[in-house]
Design a protein around this ligand. Structure first.
Ligand SMILES: Cc1ncc(COP(=O)(O)O)c(C=O)c1O
Length: 408
């Protein structure tokens, strides 16, 4: 019989994004029995739990049959596909994307982030990033030897805004920030920036000549029909100041094809294309073919997906709230929850190890998103519904055991 640890290794879970959180587990001492159940890796979504866009494999294979024509596209991506996607994306974003001038297809949204950052950031440039936000943002600034300027987001302050500290943002712009990079919807909290916040960011960027990169990877999966303001939308901001990033990895379960896009400032997109021509030449040609199905899903497909995710979210939140001691802000978009957990008496990194060993559940410690999140973890609930609910029961059980231990 495999141990939970061995089962995880077989699942290939050690290759998940953020794998650096997957620390050696040998040294923790478990108190109490192991809790059995199907291992669940909440550190990323389970692409097998949800169907990708119907027909995406067929378009991929059609691409393969096109051979060289599809394999060797322009560096910024196949013209036909750019045209098709730019049209659909323009409608979705409320802007005009010119497939020849200001649009590029990249290897994953991550590829778009890397190219955008590499095209803008030089050594010692001040780059404002939100805390908490996607952990790659900080790593990218550090890699390009920019100076990280953290801007706090108090996501528990209100339910009607993300809680970005706009005064701190303005002060940072005054102090010479060149670039502001943020995700909306936010990873790890799943919150959406309010219209007022987006307008203020746009105003400040305009006033201080700051470039903005906004990563909207999760913007198609919005719960309860909440309003979402695209920073790039007409009349909000000068398009030459903004790069918007998007992709079908998460909300369409197409992560394995490694596809993303960026659009906005033609000048920056040109530089991104030059960088892409050095780094990878282009996004995988056959994969690009899959983009033909993006935004062309059968009617109701996305709505159904949103409803399924919302149902998982609701079950997990009600369990956490019923357990007491957890503080949870409901996810507004995407599939992350970033709950505050009760005081446990073990550091969060150790708790994460314990959880894996004792309950077969992997979560990402809050400290991956900022040193102050010692009392939080992130879960991606894009999982098999029942397995996710069972896993949360086990998380609560382990928390209870350690919380009681501590209080006694
Ligand atoms: C906010 C954000 N941007 C980008 C990425 C990378 O996505 P992709 O698989 O499209 O490269 C992720 C992945 O978790 C993410 O959460």
């Amino acid at each position: 019989m495999d141990s939970i640890e061995e089962k995880f290794l077989k699942l290939g879970a050690e290759f998940a994004p953020g794998q650096e959180v997957r620390q050696k587990t040998k040294e923790v001492e478990l108190r109490g029995e192991k809790i059995s159940g199907t291992p669940v890796d909440f550190s990323h979504g389970d692409v097998d739990a949800f169907e990708p866009i119907p027909g995406s494999l067929d378009v991929f294979i059609e691409g393969v049959h096109l051979g060289g024509k599809q394999a060797y596209t322009e560096y910024r991506g196949s013209k036909i596909i750019r045209e098709k996607v730019a049209e659909k994306l323009s409608d979705f974003m409320g802007t005009t994307i010119n497939p020849d001038l200001n649009f590029i297809i990249t290897p994953g949204t991550q590829g778009a982030l890397f190219l955008a950052m590499g095209s803008i950031v030089s050594r010692r440039d001040k780059v404002a990033i939100v805390v908490p936000d996607y952990f790659a943002n900080r790593k990218l600034v550090e890699f390009f030897e920019g100076e990280v300027v953290p801007i706090q987001m108090d996501y528990f302050k209100s339910d009607s805004a993300a809680g970005l500290d706009l005064t701190q943002l303005e002060d940072s712009f005054k102090a010479g920030v060149k670039l502001f990079l943020f995700s909306n919807p936010n990873n790890p909290t799943g919150v959406i920036y309010s219209e007022d916040e987006i307008w203020r960011i746009a105003e400040l960027a305009q006033q201080y000549g700051v470039t903005v990169i906004v990563d909207e990877l999760y913007s198609r999966q919005i719960f309860e029909g909440r309003a979402f303001t695209h920073l790039c939308a007409e009349n909000i901001v000068d398009p030459e100041n903004v790069i918007t990033i998007m992709g079908p990895s998460k909300t369409e379960s197409l992560s394995g094809y490694r596809l993303g896009v960026a659009f906005g400032s033609a000048k920056i997109i040109d530089r991104m294309e030059k960088l892409q021509a050095i780094v990878s030449l282009r996004a995988g040609g056959y994969s690009q073919a899959v983009m033909k199905s993006w935004f062309s899903e059968p009617e109701g497909w996305m709505e159904e997906r949103i409803a399924q995710h919302q149902a998982i979210r609701d079950d997990l939140i009600s369990k956490l709230r019923a357990a007491g001691g957890f503080e949870v802000r409901a996810t507004e978009a995407g599939s992350y929850l970033f709950p505050r957990i009760p005081d446990l008496g073990v550091p969060i990194n150790e708790f994460v190890k314990i959880l894996r060993l004792q309950a077969g559940v992997t979560v990402t410690p809050g400290t991956e998103f900022g040193p102050q999140y010692i009392d939080s973890f992130r879960i991606n609930f894009s999982q098999n519904h029942k397995e996710a609910v069972d896993a949360i029961d086990r998380v609560i059980q382990v928390v209870e055991a350690y919380r009681n231990e501590h209080v006694r």
